[in-house]
Design a protein around this ligand. Structure first.
Ligand SMILES: [Zn+2]
Length: 239
């Protein structure tokens, strides 16, 4: 298994790691620890480099399976047992963390205004979207929600990461509404992201540590995708 440094320290951009396994068919390596997020929950995987001495290998894809976190490389693979220095593309990751945090804040704002749950979502560095079951929505809501979202972000709310035993998570009202019960039964410990006072959800991704790091956000578009189904898009103002 791979120690997931990103799960407890979203600001770690570098690591030293040992190669546990190689796969020459796919040109990928399994590492004992990593700062590279493998993708999931709508958040894209990180990109970056693995260095061995003077050799810098580009990491073009990252994904997790039951063995751990695999890193796909451009160039010749290092051998099992070698030490590598990993570095993620930090500019890209920070934009993703700010975007991801803004989407959680949007969940909180929509919940407070409509008590409507999120049904899906996706993000790229600097922009993202969430889907809601929102029967009462009209286009007049866009500026109202945008203002409420920026107001919440400007409140300097802390974002805390914690780990809850599964039984406790299954009984937590704020987690139930974000469908914690749909997590595979085998997961015994649930990672929780709490924008204190605004939004709390089970989540494996990376987020900034305070809402003031998100900056201002715009809502360029909200689409109607069928009965009650609204897709709200957000964008970081400075990217
Ligand atoms: Zn999330």
């Amino acid at each position: 298994m791979t120690e997931k440094i990103y799960a407890t320290d979203a600001y770690a951009a570098e690591m030293q790691a040992e190669v546990l396994r190689t796969d020459t068919d796919d040109n990928r390596v399994l590492l004992d620890r990593t700062v590279f997020y493998p993708g999931g929950g709508g958040q894209p995987h990180d990109c970056g480099t693995l260095s061995i001495g003077d050799d810098r290998l580009e990491v073009i894809r990252v994904a997790e399976d039951s063995d751990g976190v695999w890193h796909w490389l451009k160039g010749s693979l290092p051998s099992v047992g070698m030490t590598v220095d990993g570095q993620i593309d930090w500019d890209r990751r920070l934009k993703v963390m700010r975007t991801h945090t803004a989407l959680h804040a949007l969940c909180g704002v929509i919940w407070n205004r409509f008590q409507s749950p999120v049904t899906g979502g996706n993000m790229a560095p600097g922009e993202g979207r969430l889907d809601f079951d929102l029967p009462d929505w009209t286009a007049d809501e866009i500026p109202v929600v945008e203002a409420a979202l920026n107001d919440e972000l400007s409140k300097r709310r802390a974002i805390e990461v914690s780990f809850l035993p599964r039984d406790a998570a299954d009984k937590d009202p704020s987690l139930i509404r974000t469908k914690v019960n749909l997590l595979p039964k085998g997961i015994q410990q649930v990672r929780v992201i709490d924008i204190v006072g605004l939004d709390r959800q089970a989540d494996g991704g990376t987020h900034v540590s305070n809402t003031d790091q998100v900056g201002r956000v715009t809502i360029p578009k909200a689409e109607s995708k069928g009965r009650g189904f609204r897709r709200i898009r957000i964008r970081l103002e400075d990217v």
